[in-house]
Design a protein around this ligand. Structure first.
Ligand code: HEM
Length: 427
């Protein structure tokens, strides 16, 4: 590891090009790169051993970083943005909803919704698969977690989530970040209206619930949480529970469109295992190649490409002093493309995951699309099952080719999105 170097003012570079800024800092300043991020001190950690120190070994010495806590204006103090004892209580309460047996029980709904959506794609038609995957995973999350149907609400949800996303983006990208949300700027007014629309939907889920269905919403309602706490939790899962999985699928479809031989192997596996019938949870164990495509897409285009923590006290990481208040940034994007851990890191090679030997020999945090330690993604198993089953359904449908005029550019916001969507034509 090289010596840390002091830099200043990377906020501007981050706003313009987050991935480029991360790559440059790691290249120029090594595994522990000290930067100035606006008024704050920050450190970019780009070695798995350092990530492990923060997320596992010394996790008690950190809390979520200010940018994540800022999301609290939307998701309140739900599981993703809370810390300490409040977080522990929420995690204990929600964890049973993601027990392996409960997740497996979601398989049927996942395949059902996927088949219905895919049936609307006619040969020769062009669809924005990013948008389609967002709508599909949102419907699945609402059904499996809250027992709610949202197909008729898609237009409102699409518009409100777009406004909310743009609000956080524009705040991250300007000094408005320093202004509270209640100052009635035009952007804040639009944001408040969008939150109100999403709230209306979430309170409908809560109102419509009468009996205990054993799902996440039932667990929340049966707890001693206040109505606001339940709302915060439902909003957290509503947002965290669909976009990342949709992105994993979108990037997998992009990679498959660029690599026809991988698409062929995917089809062969679907044919051999399913022979034309719909996939089930039991099939997933036999679909090693399909799972490897998901794993490799999550490596190359990690939907959560950056995680942050804030030091609660003076301490050391990698033997280097870190001052209280410093933000520690850990990037899946950087580590997943590091040639120290991956041969040909920029190449799409699902095969690398097939025999399990790479996964066994990698350092623990060389691959961490779902984070790790106590705060590892609670929806990890759900997301992997969902992505694998949906991909198995897609493998049985006509091939998808990238629309000829489709521009591909990464947009690294909170998640890693295709900036201009992902229009594809069913051949
Ligand atoms: C491919 C899909 C997904 C990816 C890549 C992903 C990624 C992540 C990552 C990296 C974290 C850790 C953040 C941190 O420690 O700072 C996280 C946390 C979380 N994820 Fe996911 N996620 C995915 C799907 C899901 C799904 C389907 C759900 C819900 C059903 C979900 C709900 C959450 C929640 C609530 C947390 C906060 C957990 C806690 O702090 O205890 N995620 N996710």
């Amino acid at each position: 590891m090289t010596l840390p170097v002091k830099l200043t003012g990377e906020m501007g570079a981050f706003r313009r090009d987050p991935l480029g800024m991360l790559e440059r800092c790691a290249k120029e300043h090594g595994d522990l790169a000290r930067i100035r991020f606006g008024l704050n001190r920050a450190v970019i950690l780009s070695h798995p051993a350092l990530v492990e120190e923060v997320l596992v070994t010394r996790n008690q010495s950190f809390r979520k970083n200010p940018a994540t806590r800022r999301l609290g204006t939307l998701i309140g103090r739900g599981l993703l943005s809370s810390d300490g004892e409040a977080w522990r209580r929420q995690r204990r309460l929600t964890q049973p909803a993601f027990h392996r047996s409960r997740v497996n029980a979601m398989g049927e709904a996942i395949v059902d919704y996927a088949q219905r959506q895919l049936a609307t794609w006619q040969q020769g038609e062009t669809h924005d698969v990013h948008r389609e995957m967002m709508e599909l995973t949102l419907q699945i999350a609402c059904k499996t977690l809250f027992g709610a149907e949202v197909a008729a609400d898609m237009r409102v949800v699409r518009e409100a989530t777009r406004v909310v996303g743009e609000h956080f983006l524009s705040r991250l990208r300007s000094l408005l970040f320093l202004l509270p949300d209640w100052v009635p700027t035009p952007g804040n007014v639009r944001f408040a209206r969008a939150v109100h629309q999403l709230d209306a939907l979430i309170y409908r889920f809560i109102r419509e619930r009468s009996e205990d269905r054993g799902d996440l919403l039932s667990m929340l309602l049966a707890s001693d949480m206040s109505p606001t706490e339940v709302r915060d939790e439902v909003m957290t899962f509503f947002l965290a529970g669909h976009e990342t999985t949709a992105l994993a699928l979108t990037w997998a479809l992009y990679l498959l469109a660029l690599h026809p031989s991988a698409r062929e192997k995917l089809e062969q596996e679907a044919h051999a295992v399913l022979g034309g019938r719909a996939p089930t949870v039991e099939d997933v164990a036999s679909m090693a190649y399909t799972r490897a495509v998901v794993d490799e897409a999550l490596r190359m285009y990690p939907p959560a490409y950056l995680q942050g923590r804030q030091a609660l006290l003076d301490l050391t990481v990698g033997g280097q002093p870190i001052q209280k208040g410093t933000t520690l940034l850990m990037s899946q994007w950087l580590i997943h493309h590091d040639a120290r851990f991956y041969e040909a890191p920029w190449e799409f090679r699902p095969e690398r995951w097939l025999d399990g030997s790479l996964a066994r020999q990698l350092p623990r945090f060389a691959y961490f699309p779902f984070g790790g330690g106590q705060r590892q993604c609670i929806g990890n198993a759900f997301a992997q099952l969902e992505a694998t089953l949906i991909l198995a359904c897609i493998a049985q449908r006509p091939r998808l080719a990238l629309a000829p005029d489709q521009r591909i550019e990464l947009q690294a916001l909170i998640t890693l999105r295709p900036k201009y969507g992902m229009r594809m034509t069913a051949a």
